[in-house]
Design a protein around this ligand. Structure first.
Ligand code: SAH
Ligand code: MG
Length: 211
């Protein structure tokens, strides 16, 4: 496929990233799922945080800290990353990897169901200027709803796995994850509060800005 060749070509241009390679190895050695964000979109996350000057970044779904490191790399000054993760063991590895990458002082990984953590953040009156939504796809629409409540004008909302390995656009796949990511994508595309686009390389990524 042309787009696969394009991805291969794009990746061939970048020297190996040893820090992120170590993270991928640690995920493999721990027997965790190998579903970290794609390298090209990891670089995009760093750029987006940098370009927007985001100071409060909220990640939903930490896994081993790969995307967390990409987000934290874009932070400047007093910028902070909060990452929500269901599993204590995954959160432990994410913390370890963020610490090894030098971000211990500006990154926190909070354990628990993301919906509950998001509701606590709402109750506490918190606001964020950057979201990376990348946990289970079943609840992606609810994560987006909460993100909109925790956002302010100009906040960036990024969603990973827009294609969900092809399940998003396969009409025969109507599992809860496929339905969740479809609703999420539709909402990102047409919610009047958002301007957005969908990048169709790798597994797809949606990027929106709150009006
Ligand atoms: N963002 C990571 C990959 C995340 S994979 C990266 O690109 O590096 C999805 C993660 O979401 C997994 O770690 C999984 O444990 C977590 N997750 C799944 N359901 C969740 C929930 N209800 N609340 C919080 N995290 C959840
Ligand atoms: Mg993902």
């Amino acid at each position: 496929m042309d787009s696969d060749n394009g991805v291969w070509y794009a990746e061939s241009l970048y020297p190996p990233d040893e820090q992120l390679q170590r993270v991928l190895n640690s995920i493999r050695e721990s027997g965790m799922p190998e579903i970290s964000v794609s390298p090209g979109y990891g670089r995009l996350l760093t750029l987006l945080v940098q370009m927007t000057g985001a100071r409060s970044v909220l990640e939903i779904g930490a896994l081993g800290g790969y995307s967390g490191i990409c987000l934290a790399r874009g932070l400047t000054g007093e910028g902070r990353l909060l990452s929500l993760e269901l599993r204590e063991d995954y959160a432990g590895l994410a913390r370890e990897n963020l610490q090894q990458a030098g971000f211990a002082d500006r990154a926190e990984v909070r354990v628990g169901d993301a919906l509950k953590s998001l509701d606590s953040l709402l109750e506490a009156g918190e606001r964020f200027d950057f979201f990376f939504i990348d946990a289970d796809k079943v609840h992606a629409p609810e994560y987006l709803e909460r993100a909109l409540l925790l956002a302010k004008p100009g906040t960036i909302i990024v969603g990973d796995n827009a294609f969900y390995h092809g399940k998003a656009y396969n009409p025969e796949n109507n599992g809860p994850g496929a339905i969740g990511i479809r609703r999420f994508n539709e909402r990102m595309a047409s919610d009047p509060r958002l301007e957005s686009t969908l990048l169709p390389a790798y597994d797809g990524m949606t990027i929106a800005r709150v009006k």
